[in-house]
Each structure stands twice: as structure tokens, then as C-alpha cells.
Design a protein around this ligand. Structure first.
Ligand code: FMN
Length: 260
């Protein structure tokens, strides 16, 4: 699929075909995409545990639910539990030196083995990794980058995906999660039982609501023609028709025996 169309087609899918398995190679493609995400100090911040719903005991599946994540656990055949590694600074010097040796971190920008040891590591990475708030901030951003690449790769493979909260205490015990991993989100994966496009694009505010030019208070002004181009490419799509969507949800509720 074209990249812009992948972005345009992504939706949080909440109704999966519970009986249609996902090809393991497609899950690997998602993990490979995550593994290519940009990352500070070339560290493996993002950690993930892939679980098949039907391989988990039903009582565990039930107890992984949260107030905002319910039926998805029953319908999605695959769960990817995402974590952030609080030990990302371990081995940072070695990884940075590898990048220096390869020229990815070029001498023109001040990089050398000494600079890694005395400046980048000693003055930036090591102190930062000691501050819990900074640590969590870095881990969260990094994991988000990786998750999003996995999400888009999944959409490109024709899968439905949805990122959600989960009961992290239950998962920690059930999945043998290391103490040094900070829980992030669970990514549900499967083939959509609902319309692949979830009934249409979700409402979004104009760019000028959030993005600025030069300084805050000077909202970004749309460049003429861009929105039309993105519509043609499938990145910007029609919004939802509420009546149609509610009818679809009622039909899905009948199919899966869900409340309405
Ligand atoms: C980090 C993150 C956490 C989310 N957690 C939940 C959740 O716990 N329950 C839920 O129903 N949706 C959750 N969502 C989905 C959002 O509600 C969804 O993104 C929103 O409805 C916009 O729809 P879209 O993703 O189809 O554009 C989450 C999304 C993100 C990005």
C-alpha cells in the first residue's frame, strides 16, 4: 500500500474476527518495523511480548481487562504487550562508538570515542538515566515511536490494530515481565470484523489548533492544494456517518452477543 494511504487507513479497530488467526509472518513484519524505529543512543527501548489469546488461560484474559479495555481482549486473536526498558543506558557507550566507527555519528559533528565517553555519556546519558522523570519521558517517547511503526506495518499488511490500556499487574505475573520494564500499552492485532476503515476517519481539529509557525500564537496556515493532494492519495478521508456506524455496531453486537 502507498505510505500515505496506510496512514489514512489506520483506525483503532475494536471488533476483530475472533476466529481468524493472524499469520505469524505478519506479526514479524510489525516487529521488524518497530525494530527499525529511530532511537536515542541506538538503544532497544521498546520491548514487546506477543501473545495469542487462545494460548492464555481464559481467567488471565478476563483479568487483563480494564475499564477502558474490555471486549477487545475476547475478540482480538493476538495481543502485543509493549514495555519500555528502563535499562536503556546500559551499553550506550559501546553502541555510540559503533555508530562513530561506522560514520553514522560523523567526526564533522564532533563525534569520537573520547566524545562519547566524556561528553555524550558522562554529561548527558548517565545523568539523565538517573532521573526517574527523564527516564520515563525518554522511554515513553521511544516506545511510542516503535509502536507506531508496528501499527502502520500492520495496516499495510491488511490487519486491524488497536492500542489500549491493560492490567499491568496481571500481565507482569502472567507474562514473566522483568522488573526493569515499564508497562506501556497492549496492541491488539487481528482481521477486522467491523468495516476495515472503522466507518470513516475520526474527527480531528485543524492543524492551526496545535501547530504553529515561528512562535506560539501564530498558527500554521494550510498551504493551498495540500489537503486536496492528500485526499487524492487517501491520507485524508471522509469522516464517520454516525447512523451507519451505530447500525454496524448493533449488527456486530448481535453477532458477538454484546450489550447495546
Ligand atoms: C496510547 C493510546 C492508548 C489508548 N487506549 C485506549 C483504551 O484504553 N481504550 C480504548 O477504547 N481506546 C484506546 N485508545 C484508542 C483511542 O481511543 C483512539 O485512538 C481514538 O478513538 C481515535 O481513533 P483512531 O485511533 O481510530 O484514530 C488508545 C489510543 C492510544 C494512541
Amino acid at each position: 500500500m502507498e505510505f500515505k494511504k496506510v496512514i489514512g487507513d489506520r483506525r483503532t479497530i475494536r471488533f476483530f474476527d475472533p476466529n481468524r488467526p493472524v499469520e505469524p509472518e505478519k506479526i514479524q513484519i510489525m516487529l521488524e518495523a518497530a525494530n527499525l524505529s529511530s532511537r536515542a543512543v541506538n538503544a532497544d527501548f521498546a520491548k514487546a511480548i506477543v501473545c495469542l489469546r487462545d494460548e492464555l488461560p481464559p481467567d488471565i484474559v478476563e483479568s487483563l481487562k480494564t475499564p477502558t479495555t474490555t471486549t477487545q481482549f475476547d475478540l482480538a486473536p493476538v495481543y502485543i504487550f509493549w514495555y519500555g526498558d528502563t535499562k536503556f543506558a546500559d551499553g550506550a557507550q559501546q553502541r555510540l562508538k559503533e555508530l562513530v566507527d561506522l560514520g553514522a555519528l560523523p567526526v564533522t559533528h564532533g563525534w569520537s570515542h573520547t566524545y562519547v565517553d566524556e561528553v555524550a555519556y558522562a554529561q548527558v546519558i548517565a545523568p539523565m538515566s538517573q532521573i526517574e522523570m527523564a527516564n520515563m519521558w525518554a522511554i515513553s517517547v521511544e516506545t511510542g515511536l516503535a509502536i507506531n511503526q508496528a501499527i502502520l506495518a500492520g495496516v499495510d499488511e491488511g490487519l486491524g490494530v488497536g492500542l489500549h490500556a491493560f492490567n499491568t499487574e496481571v500481565a507482569k505475573k502472567a507474562l514473566n515481565v522483568p522488573d526493569t520494564w515499564a508497562p506501556m500499552w497492549v496492541l491488539f492485532v487481528g482481521y477486522p470484523a467491523e468495516d476495515r476503515l472503522g466507518g470513516g476517519a475520526r474527527p480531528r481539529r485543524p492543524l492551526s489548533n496545535s501547530y504553529y509557525r515561528g512562535s506560539y500564537g501564530n498558527p500554521w496556515e494550510d498551504v493551498p492544494g495540500v489537503k486536496e493532494k492528500l485526499r487524492e492519495a487517501g491520507m485524508l478521508q471522509d469522516g464517520m456517518d454516525a447512523d451507519k456506524r451505530h447500525a454496524e455496531v448493533r449488527a456486530l453486537a448481535d453477532r458477538f452477543g454484546l450489550p447495546t
